[in-house]
Ligand binder design. Structure first.
Ligand code: NI
Length: 430
């Protein structure tokens, strides 16, 4: 089929969306990207990983989030049209990058990355540049178009305005996920006035700034982010499920490496265990596949693998206590007591840490330096947000970290054997 580069569809297509009401598609390029198998695969990957075990509504997919980021980008481009000239190629570049920014995510990506060292950003690049349907669609726009899309997502593209709209302290990605995750978890925080933010956006040099009159909408967005991190994303119960998931993967990999004979071979997971997973094998993994293995591994002769899988599938999660990572003595003693009690501490005594920096002003040269949000004052000057907003100032640059120790309370409560060791564990966990 021969397509003109900037072809529009005969009729606009719409997707019904609970957050944005409708997602509008007019460009052939975007419509065809949505139809690729790599993009359709995102329907089978949840946006929030194990969060559905805490907030049962959180079943939404990366597919819906990706469409949402695209829609926000489309609306921002509309708003900014009055202030900045977009040529047709740049407009489609911004839209395609918004749509594809998460295309390399796999099932439970963050846990997989910790265990296997895979990198969803690298897979995003591979999908855009490799032998895929996504690449074939992008290439119709010109030989260099796929690379430009990958560069926007990697933040190396020359037009920094486009880059900042997809990835900065206030961007289309975050605007969508905060609202979407609030909607699907059902929490009452996390809301802010998206349309108001768009209306006060102005391009200035290479970035977007916000009219002073819209400051409170921006404050709301920052607070929403702050609340969502601690109330939803770092929820201790979600982290408990994540800890178990990671330990299942650790255990299965270890068994694989030591020549254990699985009753149910790990099949599609074996390339991960061999540490050489390629794009084609990676694209075959989704959450249904992972959960299939967890289901059948409940019958494995290896008691640790079977127990951990049963915990995940049936939601029998680990309990937790606060933990100070500097208190090594307590941790060492606990490990000893676990071993004495016949509970392998490598799998059943897990420290998990979360930390977040809700907003930061510019600190040149520091690790993770971030571009600040600027307000456009009535006299035309710029002012960094935390200098003008007391609310934002209160949380600026403050990194909060939380450490917890996870363990299976049911094992320790069962005093039918190794009573003394278990009582000591209880004492130490107080
Ligand atoms: Ni995203």
């Amino acid at each position: 089929m021969l397509t003109r580069r900037f072809e529009e569809l005969d009729e606009e297509k719409v997707f019904k969306d609970p957050v944005h009401r409708y997602v509008h598609v007019r460009d052939r390029l975007i419509w065809d990207l949505i139809g690729t198998k790599e993009f359709q695969r995102l329907r089978r990957i949840r946006q929030l990983g194990t969060t559905f075990l805490t907030f049962h509504g959180a079943e939404h997919s990366r597919f819906s989030h990706s469409l949402g980021v695209y829609e926000i980008m489309r609306r921002i481009i509309e708003e900014l049209k009055n202030y900045v000239h977009w040529d047709e190629e740049e407009r489609l570049l911004a839209l395609a990058a918004a749509l594809l920014h998460d295309v390399g995510h796999g099932p439970f990506s963050h846990s997989f990355e910790k265990v296997f060292g895979t990198d969803h950003e690298q897979f995003t690049r591979d999908i855009i540049l490799g032998d895929t349907e996504v690449h074939a669609v992008l290439e119709r726009m010109g030989a260099h178009f796929p690379e430009k899309v990958a560069d926007v997502i990697a933040k190396t593209y020359e037009n920094k305005l486009i880059v900042s709209l997809i990835s900065s302290q206030i961007d289309a990605d975050r605007m969508d996920y905060l609202l979407r995750d609030a909607y699907f978890t059902g929490v009452s925080y996390g809301h802010f006035d998206l349309e108001r933010i768009w209306r006060v956006m102005r391009p200035r040099d290479d970035q977007v700034v916000f009219k002073r009159s819209g400051m409170h909408a921006v404050e709301d967005y920052i607070m929403s982010r702050y609340q969502m991190y601690w109330q939803v994303y770092f929820h201790p119960v979600t982290r408990s499920a994540e800890v178990i998931l990671r330990k299942i993967l650790h255990r299965a990999k270890k068994l694989f490496e030591t020549g254990y004979r699985f009753k149910h071979e790990p099949g599609l997971l074996s390339p991960l265990f061999r540490d050489n997973i390629g794009l084609a094998d990676y694209l075959r993994l989704d959450e249904a596949v992972i959960l299939y293995y967890f289901e059948v591994w409940q019958d494995e002769p290896d008691p640790i693998l079977a127990d951990l899988c049963s915990r995940f599938v049936n939601r029998r999660l680990f309990k937790y206590v606060e933990f100070s990572p500097t208190n090594l003595e307590r941790y060492t003693e606990l490990r000893e007591a676990f071993t004495e009690a016949g509970i392998d501490p490598d799998y059943y005594l897990v420290v998990d840490s979360s930390s977040d920096l809700p907003y930061d002003f510019y600190r040149p040269g520091e690790e993770g330096e971030r571009l600040p949000i600027h307000l456009l004052m009535p006299d035309g000057s710029l002012r960094e947000l935390s200098r003008e907003s007391d609310v934002v100032e209160a949380i600026s640059g403050k990194k909060r970290t939380d450490h917890k120790l996870y363990y299976p309370a049911d094992f320790i409560d069962d005093l039918s054997d190794r009573r003394a060791a278990k009582l000591r564990i209880k004492e130490l966990l107080k």
